[in-house]
Ligand binder design. Structure first.
Ligand SMILES: Nc1ncnc2c1ncn2[C@@H]1O[C@H](COP(=O)(O)OP(=O)(O)OP(=O)(O)O)[C@@H](O)[C@H]1O
Ligand SMILES: [Mg+2]
Length: 365
């Protein structure tokens, strides 16, 4: 779901507020005008805004007081001051009252847009930082604590004896380590996507190898759930030009979901095949990788949101997760010129298909 960037413009000069809103709306911001300090604060109390642009001199409530109250009541909102009474003192006073930035009136459209863009970049950095803090403090700490706990159980140091269930403990350790790796991979990939820095390192890749590697990685978790993973892949599948690490992460995000969101004793099918151009949604010959699992599935009204960042649907109730796995899958597949599709029959089966473009087949001699 694309979240619109919300900006509140507070200025008693109605024409000024209106034209600032117009400029911002043209750039894709959701801009709302308020014509007094008091009205602006009321709006902020009613609904959240990311950034506020406020005049400094207004009849009912002084801009500095508006800034003070924004800082006190909505510390997550960034305020930019715009005023015709440009002076060093008023700029210093505004910054002193936690204004993020200052633009003197009259200003050029470019000045306005660059101040607003800077504010949003700052908010984004702050959000990524806080996501990372919560990932480290909770999502990673839990599996890491489990790894440390089981490691100390494997061998009785005093007697020098191995625990009779040491092998099982190693599986738990491996599966928790993989959880941490997936979290870090997905988080870093999301950061690169957000900052437009996702770059692919493409190499000829054998999907069949990735499938078996993935099966081995998920085997302990599958065994715990008594789930069978069945690989159906022809040995002569053509190689594809892909970023192996990113593709492996994308495939394992889908396969891991198939495990998490299916009941115990289920069978998960991992099928790879070549599709001719007319059967592939890419309009060219493609490799299709199908991952199918039984289970509660996804109802039709939730399907459009399945790839949204941070979306966790009804099926995730009681199951831990961050809601970024499928967002990464979609972006990685699209970066390869591919696509991902989902079909679900609630209560019966869910099927994700990953499509990757293949070179056209050479005509036979
Ligand atoms: N095979 C599936 N069957 C049923 N629901 C699914 C399936 N795959 C995904 N979902 C639903 O889609 C949501 C989004 O999946 P996604 O992998 O992006 O996030 P997550 O699994 O919640 O967390 P994480 O980022 O840790 O993987 C899940 O929360 C779940 O509700
Ligand atoms: Mg997931």
């Amino acid at each position: 779901m694309a979240v619109s960037k919300r900006v509140l413009v507070i200025d008693d000069e109605k024409r000024m507020a209106g034209s600032v809103c117009q400029v911002l709306s043209r750039e894709g911001y959701h801009a709302v005008a308020s014509h007094s300090g008091r009205e602006g604060l009321e709006r902020l109390d009613e609904q959240p805004f990311d950034v506020v642009l406020t005049d400094l001199r207004m009849p009912d409530l002084d801009g500095i007081e508006v800034l003070r109250q924004i800082h006190e009541r909505h510390p997550e909102t960034l305020a930019i001051v715009m005023t015709a009474h440009a002076s060093t003192e008023s700029a210093i006073e505004a910054i002193h009252h936690a204004a993020f930035d200052y633009i003197p009136k009259p200003f050029e459209i470019e000045q306005l847009l660059s101040a607003v863009a800077r504010a949003f970049r700052c908010l984004e950095t702050e959000r990524l930082r806080s996501d990372m803090m919560s990932m480290i403090s909770h999502d990673i700490k839990v599996p890491l604590t489990s790894i440390i706990g089981y490691t100390s159980l494997i061998r009785d140091r005093r007697r020098g004896e191995w625990h009779p269930r040491a092998e099982g403990f190693l599986d738990i350790i491996a599966s928790n380590a993989n959880k941490i790796l997936a979290l870090i991979d997905n988080y870093l990939t999301t950061c690169k996507i957000e900052t437009g820095r996702l770059e692919l390192v493409r190499r000829p890749t054998r999907v069949i190898d990735l499938l078996f590697e993935m099966e081995a990685m998920l085997a302990p978790e599958a065994a715990k759930r008594h789930t069978r993973m069945v690989i159906d892949c022809p040995g002569d599948l053509p190689e594809i030009l892909a970023d192996e690490n990113l593709l492996f992460r994308a495939m394992s995000n889908v396969a891991n979901n198939a495990l998490q969101y299916s009941p115990p004793n289920a069978q998960i099918t991992l099928r790879a095949q070549v599709l001719p151009a007319e059967e592939a949604p890419l309009g060219v010959r493609a490799l299709a990788l199908v991952i199918e699992n039984p289970g509660p599935g996804i109802p039709p009204d939730e399907l459009p949101h399945v790839f949204d960042r941070y979306s966790r649907l009804g099926s995730s109730r009681g199951i831990e997760g961050t809601g970024i796995g499928l967002f990464v899958v979609k972006t990685v597949l699209e970066a390869h010129g591919g696509a991902v599709r989902v079909e679900s029959q609630p209560g019966v089966t869910t099927r994700f298909t990953l499509y990757l473009p293949l070179k056209p087949e050479k005509p036979s001699a």
